[in-house]
Design a protein around this ligand. Structure first.
Ligand SMILES: C[S@@+](CC[C@H](N)C(=O)[O-])C[C@H]1O[C@@H](n2cnc3c(N)ncnc32)[C@H](O)[C@@H]1O
Length: 243
């Protein structure tokens, strides 16, 4: 049986996602029944935030979710923290957090509609973590964003991204018989990530590669029966704009 999330619809949810109802508590966020985010990801989000904040300065985050990575980014004290979020109820849910952190500026909308508001060469770091809007884009939605955001990054600007709804499936599919996570991730990277990164305009020299993040035992224990991710390691990609 395939691992990971298999219940994305054929038809895109994009046009209605902004007003879809949410179910949220301190452990998870569901949007219209979709398992969008869970708290066990916290240590992984911390690592992605550290990468995105490596230059300080102006950091763009896409996908507010449970504000876990936003909290981690705030700990890094960026000069400015822009967050693009599509769902209005998700933003409402974090009203107090946003009010308490004045370096955050929320840009409400689909990143596709909002990204042109950002100046070229203005971002020092980017963390992209949204949710696929259909089965067709489960494994690839991040690449359209990664193409578009390149012009917005300054030279030496850092980009990292997360798509566990895809990687939960891919890791199960690519897992080698000897079960060595690093080898599996290398194959996944070389076959399903790097070719897309090259095809959307990033150069070989800019694709630093990836880290394999090992989830702490406690995260695995509290995760229980997560519908989208059941593995003990996660991918941390790193790209640095040079050209
Ligand atoms: C996986 S959650 C983000 C989790 C977040 N990193 C955290 O640590 O809590 C994905 C978020 O992206 C938002 N989202 C999905 N598609 C989007 C889009 N096209 N533009 C902006 N936000 C989007 C969802 O509403 C959701 O809040």
């Amino acid at each position: 049986m395939e691992s990971g999330y298999q219940k994305l619809p054929e038809e895109s949810m994009r046009t209605e996602w902004n007003e879809k109802k949410i179910e949220a508590n301190s452990d998870y966020l569901h949007v219209e029944g979709h398992p969008v985010m869970e708290k066990w990801e916290t240590p992984y989000m911390d690592r992605l935030a550290q990468i995105a904040c490596g230059n300080g300065g102006v950091v763009l985050e896409v996908g507010l979710g449970m504000a876990i990575s936003a909290t981690a980014i705030q700990r890094c004290k960026p000069d400015k923290h822009l967050i693009i979020e599509l769902n209005e109820k998700v933003i409402e849910q974090h009203k107090q957090f946003l009010a308490d952190h004045p370096s955050i500026q929320i840009l409400q909308g689909d990143w596709r509609d909002v990204i042109d508001q950002l100046e070229d060469n203005s971002l020092d770091g980017v963390l992209y973590d949204t949710y696929p809007m259909s089965a067709a884009e489960q494994h690839t939605h991040q690449f359209s964003f990664i193409e578009k955001v390149k012009a917005k990054l300054r030279p030496n600007g850092i980009l990292t991204y997360c798509n566990l709804t895809s990687l939960g499936v891919l890791f199960g599919r690519y897992l080698t018989k000897d079960d060595i996570a690093e080898k599996t991730w290398e194959t996944i990277w070389n076959e399903t990530q790097k070719p897309h990164l090259l095809s959307v305009g990033w150069k070989e020299d800019e694709i630093e590669g990836f880290e394999v993040f090992k989830l702490p035992e406690v995260s695995i224990k509290v995760r229980g029966n997560c519908l989208y991710y059941s593995h003990s390691t996660c991918l941390v990609p790193k790209l640095i704009k040079k050209f």
